[in-house]
Design a protein. Structure first.
Length: 130
């Protein structure tokens, strides 16, 4: 079983030595997504809700490029520079996911690439029925 690289122009291109996502069997492991506009590669602003929404949109683009849906996400990791923004993550997450929700972790961090307020990554299982 080899690794398949997942890549789409509908999400920000990699800004380092990594792939947007890599598939191994039915599992797809995502690199972290920050709130960059894929067309301009610029941060969407400094509004926490706008940044969180953009990250979910970026994740959605890579999920779809992998042939999946949010209902197949089994793990979501959230990194925030201010944990006070966590209620916003829950609000915006409800716009993209329905129950049953994936397992999730949230971690407060000192800083993120390009000054982002949020970064997220997921594990997708294409073997899960949508």
């Amino acid at each position: 079983m080899g690794l398949d690289v997942i890549q789409t122009d509908k999400a920000p291109r990699a800004i380092g030595t990594y792939s947007q996502a890599v598939r191994a069997g039915s599992l797809v492991f995502f690199s972290g997504q920050i709130p960059l506009d894929p067309a301009t590669m610029a941060m969407v602003g400094d509004d926490p809700r706008a940044q969180i929404t953009q990250v979910f949109c970026n994740l959605k683009a890579v999920i779809e490029a992998a042939g999946g849906q949010f209902s197949q996400v089994v793990k979501l990791a959230v990194f925030l520079t201010d944990l006070a923004h966590f209620p916003l993550v829950n609000e915006v997450m409800a716009e993209f996911f329905t129950a049953p929700y994936p397992a999730r972790s949230a971690v407060g961090v000192a800083a993120l690439p390009r000054g982002a307020l949020v970064e997220m990554d997921v594990i997708l299982d294409l073997g899960v029925r949508p």
